[in-house]
Structures are given as C-alpha cells and as structure tokens.
Design a protein around this ligand. Structure first.
Ligand code: UDP
Ligand code: MG
Length: 315
C-alpha cells in the first residue's frame, strides 16, 4: 500500500472570476475519489476582477486552498514559477485556470507518476475553440523550437503537466528571467511520459494570449534556448560576401572584355546597397536581442514579488 502523498495543483490566474469556482469544484471531485492529500495553489497574477478576493475567501474556508498573490501582473510564465517555488507537494501539477486543461486528467497523470515517471506532460489530442491561425502558428513554432533548441519538447503540450519534487527542486535553481517553462521541464531530463487529453474550449472569459503575445513567448523561447539565429546571421554574412566576390570578378572581367559597359548601373548599385543595409540591420537587430538578454539577466532583479501567501497569513 502506498503511503499518502501530497499533490500541489498550481494554477496561475489573471482575471478568471467565472472559471475559478468551477475549477475548484472539479478538482475537489477528482480528489474525492483518491487517497492523496492535495492543495490547490492559486497564483494571482495581478487580477483586477475580484477573482483574487474570491480565492482569498476560499483559502479562509477551505484548508485545501492556498493563495499566492503577486504584487502585480508578471505574466503567465513567472506566475507558474512563483507557484513552483512555493509548492510543497511531493508532485506538482501546473494547469491553466480556464478549464481548457480538464482537471479530470490529473488522475491519470498521478497514476503515471506513481509508476515512477518524474515528468508527466499532458498532450492535446484535439484543441477546441482556438483559431486556426493560433493552431497553425503553434504547430510551426513547436517544430522550429525542437529543431533549434535541440530539446525534445513534445508537440502539442501546453504548460499542463505534473513534475516530481526532484524536478521542482531543479527548476527552482533556474533563475533566468526570460523563461519558457515547457522547454525547461523537458530540458531537465529524468523519466518523462505523456498522457493524452482533449483540450476543451475556454470555459468563460477571454484569452490572455492574443497572437502577438504568443509570438513574443515563441521568440523568448527560441532566444533563451538557442544561439542558432546568431550563427545563421554569420552564415548569411558569409553567403553575401561570396556573392560579392563573384560580382567583383564579373565586373573586372567585363571591364576588360567589354569596356564602357560598367558605367551604367547606378540602379543596381542602389539595389545592392539597400540589400546589404537590410542584411546588416537584421544582423544588428538579432545581436541586439541577445545583448538585451544579457542586460536584463544581468540586473538580477527578483523574478516576481509576492504580496501575500495565505500559508503564512491565514486569518
Ligand atoms: N495568465 C496569467 N497571467 C497572464 C496571462 C495569463 O496568469 O499574464 C493565466 C490565465 O489566467 C490562464 C493561463 O495563464 O489561467 C493561460 O492563459 P490563457 O488561457 O489566456 O491562454 P491560452 O489558453 O488562450 O493560450
Ligand atoms: Mg486558455
């Protein structure tokens, strides 16, 4: 017989007033039939719609509910980080508050963990209620990311996953500001396995990840995992130089064979200048991105600030 373990469910939320009550109910339903101890750690990422107050009220009434209130909105990835840092469980499940990640999948995830896997990620068998553009971009992103970062991030896995205490402890050591949690939980290694689920549509409210924000996360993910774009710029530079050498040779030959023909051509000069200017700006811009990373990481500011943790302030 296994001794009871504690599972912490970390749920970052931003203005999810209509989702949280249903989420709590469904999580309760999952654990009613199981013998684990559990805690629902709701991380308020600067909500302004009263959902934080609702959560605090629950924490007062229900010993399974704990609320971590960040001092402002720090973004989804940092809210997850805050939850992982403070979670006490033997295993930690991270999931969204909008019920796109069905709480009922937690049961099979815990079963896999009990079999000995340290990371159990949930793979979307299908995705309801998302635009084709988002699905298309997501599919493209995962392919590019895997290829560039050399980290085998499973396709179609969001942040919904279970990680063992030993992985949580490793993740706590990683203090980079621009973080892509899905990538990091794969990067750590250990024994990983997946379970499948059907991704539901958002239960209530609006997505907090419009396409531009997703694009920024994708860019953050790539530049924090891979320096390959810098190598590409170098390769591009070499390619352009080779073209230039061939061109110079051509010009020299023409000057001998066909004197006078080289006097025309200011239009082609401008075309080449504009092209080279563009190449240089792209290179500089890419370099700038990495330098700004160094700048931001170098400041070593705290990743997030906690305003309240009901574990320490129960009243
Ligand atoms: N979220 C957050 N902080 C943010 C944006 C989002 O904590 O700055 C939470 C949000 O409340 C939800 C989860 O992150 O629980 C995923 O966000 P959302 O459902 O809007 O993203 P999508 O599923 O549309 O990609
Ligand atoms: Mg969602």
């Amino acid at each position: 017989m296994n001794q009871p373990k504690t599972i912490t469910i970390v749920v970052p939320f931003l203005n999810e007033k209509d989702n949280l009550p249903v989420l709590l109910e469904r999580v309760q339903g999952v654990f009613a039939a199981r013998d684990e101890n559990w805690e629902l750690l709701l991380v308020d990422d600067g909500s302004t719609d009263g959902s934080a107050e609702w959560a605090l009220e629950q924490a007062r009434q229900n010993s399974h509910v704990r609320v971590l209130r960040l001092s402002r909105n720090f973004g989804h990835q940092l809210a997850i980080t805050a939850g992982l840092d403070r979670a006490d469980g033997d295993a930690v499940v991270v999931m969204d508050a909008d019920l796109q990640d069905p709480p009922e999948t937690i049961g099979p995830m815990i079963d896999k963990w009990r079999e000995g896997y340290e990371v159990v990620y949930a793979i979307r068998r299908s995705r309801a209620g998302e635009t084709w553009l988002k699905k298309f971009l997501a599919a493209g992103f995962y392919r590019i990311f895997r290829w560039l970062a050399k980290v085998n991030v499973p396709m179609d896995a969001g942040d919904f996953r279970l990680v063992d205490r030993c992985v949580v402890d490793v993740l706590k050591e990683i203090r980079e500001l621009h973080r892509f949690m899905r990538g990091l939980t794969c990067w750590v290694g250990y024994r990983q396995v997946s379970v499948e689920y059907d991704r539901a549509a958002r239960y209530a409210g609006e997505t907090k990840y419009p396409v531009w924000k997703s694009a920024r996360l994708a860019f953050d993910a790539i530049t924090s995992f891979s320096a390959s774009p810098l190598r590409w710029i170098a390769v591009l530079g070499v390619g352009v130089c080779m073209v230039a050498v061939l061109w110079v040779l051509y010009v020299m030959v023409q000057a001998v064979v066909n004197p006078g023909s080289m006097e025309r051509g200011w239009a082609s000069i401008i075309a080449v200048m504009v092209f080279l200017g563009g190449v240089q700006l792209v290179g500089l811009g890419m370099l700038g991105q990495y330098v700004s990373r160094i700048f931001e990481e170098g400041k070593r500011r705290p990743l997030y600030l906690v305003r309240l943790d009901t574990k320490h302030n129960r009243n």
